[in-house]
Structures are given as C-alpha cells and as structure tokens.
Design a protein around this ligand. Structure first.
Ligand SMILES: Cc1cc2nc3c(=O)[nH]c(=O)nc-3n(C[C@H](O)[C@H](O)[C@H](O)COP(=O)(O)OP(=O)(O)OC[C@H]3O[C@@H](n4cnc5c(N)ncnc54)[C@H](O)[C@@H]3O)c2cc1C
Length: 407
C-alpha cells in the first residue's frame, strides 16, 4: 500500500542527525518523509539521557545557521573555558586554554535531549516534511529509477534518495548490504550529573587512571557531568548501588578533589562500540550521523561529525537543485562520501588508538601513555594534537587554543 505521495528524500531516523539534516533543507522545494520508531510526543520532548554534548565553536555556528541555537534554554547552555588531561594520579597535565585575546570559552556543553528538542522544533518549521512516527522500516530497495521503503504498518514510500540516520547500528545500512567496521572496546561508560562542594571553574577534566577513565564536564552551578569508563560488570554494580553508597564511591574515585558529591540525575550506561561504515553511499542512498561514523565518545566528535555530515550533504543537494542535477546523482553522492571520509577517518582511527591505549592496563601500555604525555609536554605540536584528540571539546580551528604545560 503506497501512501500515494512521491517524496524527494526519505530520512530514516529522527535523532540529532536526521532532524538537523531535515532542518538544513528548509527553504528548498524538496519533499521529505521523516521516519522514526519513537512516538511523536517523545521526539518532540525527549527525556534526559545522560549525554552532555561538547560543542565546538564551529558547531555552534552551524546550529545558529540552522535556527537551533536560539531555541536552546540559555540557562542550560554551559560555556567551557578550558580542559585538562591527566595521566593517572600525576599532578602534571595538558592544559588547554583559549589564547589571551580570544573569547573565554573554547566551546559549550549542552544536553543531548535539549539539542534533539531544539532540532525537532527547527525541523517542524519545515512545512515540506511529512512525519512518520512510531513506525519502522521493514524493507529497503534502491535502483537506478527510484528508492523505496516499506513500513511495518504496510505503507510503502517512494523517493529519489534515502538517507539513513538510524544510529550506529543502522538497519537501513544493513538492509542495503553495506558492511561496517565495528570495534567493541569491552568497556561501558556510566554517565550522570552530580553536584559538588568544590568549584569546577568551567574547566573540563579527563583523567586516564589505572583501571578507570574519569571525565568531569563542568555544567552550570556547582554541578558536573561525571563520565566513568569501566568494564561492564563494574558499571552494573555502580548502577545498582544506593545513591548514598554511589556518592561516597564517586568521591573516592575523584580522589575527593570535588569535595562532597551528590547524585543529581539517573545513572545511564553506554557500551562502547566504534563503528565506521565501509561505504557512506550507494545507488540513491546516503548514510549520515552515527549511521556513517559512530565515534568512541572520549573525544566528543560524534555530534560534531553529525553536523559536518549533514551540512556537506545538504550543501551538495542545494547545488544540485540550483543546477538542475538529480539529487541522487552518483557523482554528487561520491563527493559527499569523499568529503566526509576525509573529515572523519583520521580522527576515527586516532581516537580508537588512543581509547585502546588508555584502557589497556598492561605495563607496556602504561609506559607508552606516560611517554606520550611526556612528549606532549616537550614537543608542542605533539601536545596540541594529543589535546585536541583527548579533550572533549571536539576539533577547534587552528589557533583557537593554546596549550599550557603544567608539570
Ligand atoms: C555517552 C555519550 C557522550 C557523547 N558525548 C558527545 C560529545 O560530547 N560531543 C559530540 O559531538 N558527540 C557526543 N556523543 C555522540 C552523539 O551523541 C551522537 O553522535 C549523536 O547523538 C548521534 O546522532 P544520530 O542521530 O546519528 O543517532 P541517534 O541519536 O542514535 O538517533 C537515531 C534515531 O533513529 C531512530 N531509529 C533507529 N532505528 C530505526 C529504525 N529501524 N526505523 C526508524 N527509526 C529508527 C532512533 O529512534 C533514533 O531516534 C556522545 C555519545 C555518547 C553515547
């Protein structure tokens, strides 16, 4: 049963990537079908999910262009003034700050659910979008003539282009036979909000300790997002502790640097799996967001890459419309794939290597990371590259940051 309408683009997945992409096509004549398995009410007002997204200044500029930034509640946008990376309990660290004459902030922290809510509002402003919530795709087929998806409720949609934005475990990508390289890090990340006695001074901290990785992201007030990476069984134990026992254990794991700590949200767990699709495009098909590149969150590039992927594709589609080219033209899709691969592959590989190195407890790995931080202190280009990779503020433009060595 066809819904009787022919679309230009079917987007599968109304997460941050799908919604931002749909919002980016506002003002074009493109008719869009947006499909998500979640209920419309949940898409409009998603619940807090423990993710605090570190946005680069460049991503903030993209969000402004999309009309998203001004939809965020300003009191819940937390400016980030710097970041420090420590190896174990060592007092020396890599310290990243903006240059003296630059604005104080190197980026901003915003909760994922607020970004999704704002993206939903912005996409809603695009009258060319037809919404298909609380349903999922059961079949996908793409040919030189057209692309088709079948929905579980029996409806079938036809379009010129299908865009997969249905998470790193994309069923749409799989249905089209596109493989992905996956790396399971064998670790799980616990995230929650905690208030604390000692001020964070808007400085993020990443501490690669022995047997645990701990990140503290400064939110507004005396509150931080705590992100703890451990083997899965340990995270399950921490989730099951009473709030009081959890707070005492976190104070100990933070070496009491933040003083007394209180749990201020639910505790969320995210198993760590990196995913890189072997192809981002096929006949009348493109993958964006995590469906193309699902990063390890340690370097905070995932959402920033989502914005980059949809911006590149949306710009190519606008150019195609302008010149009367088919929006699913193979050369256009190939250009998207090449540009996104260039932007993401080096950071994806480097992030995985660093995540492996900093969770490996073998003596050679411990020596290697101590040596790497030592080199980073001694050789400024090594330091700034490592800092950009490790610190959860994404990849700022050259010259945005300065590295201060603290020994
Ligand atoms: C703990 C954590 C911290 C992070 N921190 C940062 C950070 O600081 N900075 C940063 O840039 N990134 C960060 N990220 C990454 C960022 O959250 C993701 O890159 C981004 O949210 C991915 O968006 P997406 O829309 O591609 O996928 P998702 O958010 O996974 O959305 C996918 C959507 O598709 C829908 N869907 C799935 N399957 C189907 C189907 N078959 N049919 C229909 N709909 C379907 C789902 O319901 C969902 O709405 C973090 C991630 C984690 C886990």
């Amino acid at each position: 049963m066809s819904d009787g309408r022919c679309y230009d683009i079917v987007i599968v997945g109304a997460g941050a990537a799908g919604l931002c992409f749909a919002a980016a096509l506002r003002g074009t004549p493109l008719r869009i079908a947006l499909i998500d398995k979640l209920d419309e009410a949940i898409l409009a007002n998603p619940a807090y999910d423990g993710r605090e997204i570190a946005l680069t200044l460049r991503s903030v500029a993209t969000l402004r262009t999309l009309g998203l930034w001004e939809r965020l509640p300003s009191e819940q946008v937390a400016p980030l003034h710097g970041a420090r990376v420590y190896n174990g309990e060592s007092l020396s660290c890599l310290d990243l700050r903006p240059p003296p004459a630059a604005p104080a902030q190197i980026g901003y922290l915003v909760s994922n659910h607020l970004l999704r809510r704002a993206a939903h509002e912005a996409a809603r402003a695009n009258a060319q979008i037809s919404w298909f919530a609380r349903t999922h795709v059961t079949q996908v087929s793409c040919s030189t003539q057209a692309a088709r998806v079948a929905l579980e409720d029996g409806r079938a949609l036809e379009a010129r282009l299908i865009v997969a934005a249905d998470s790193r475990f994309s069923e749409t990508r799989r249905a089209l036979g596109i493989a992905a390289r996956m790396h399971d890090f064998g670790r799980t990340m616990l995230t929650c909000r905690m208030t604390h006695e000692v001020e964070h001074q808007r400085i993020a901290q990443e501490r690669f300790g022995h047997h645990q990785t701990l990140a503290l992201l400064p939110l507004n007030g005396q509150c931080s997002s705590v992100i703890l990476t451990l083997p899965h069984a340990e995270i399950t134990r921490l989730q099951q502790l009473s709030a009081d026992a959890f707070e005492r254990e976190l104070e100990r794991r933070c070496a009491r640097r933040l003083g007394r700590m209180s749990l201020n949200s639910e505790r969320f767990a995210y198993p760590l799996v990196g995913v890189y699709a072997t192809r981002f495009v096929a006949e009348r098909f493109a993958a964006i967001g995590d469906a193309a590149v699902g990063m390890h969150p340690v370097t905070a590039h995932g959402f920033n890459f989502c914005l980059a992927s949809h911006a590149t594709l949306a710009q190519l589609l606008r150019q195609a419309l302008h010149s009367g080219q088919d929006i699913a033209d193979a050369s256009l899709l190939r250009r998207y794939e090449q540009a996104h691969c260039r932007a993401t592959l080096p950071l994806y590989l480097a992030t995985n290597a660093i995540a492996r190195l900093y969770t490996d407890e073998s003596p050679p790995a411990r020596l290697a990371r101590a040596a790497l931080l030592h080199l980073a202190h001694r050789i400024p280009p090594v330091g700034s590259t490592l800092s950009r990779l490790l610190i959860r503020q994404g990849a700022p433009a050259a010259g945005d940051l300065r590295l201060v060595s603290r020994a």
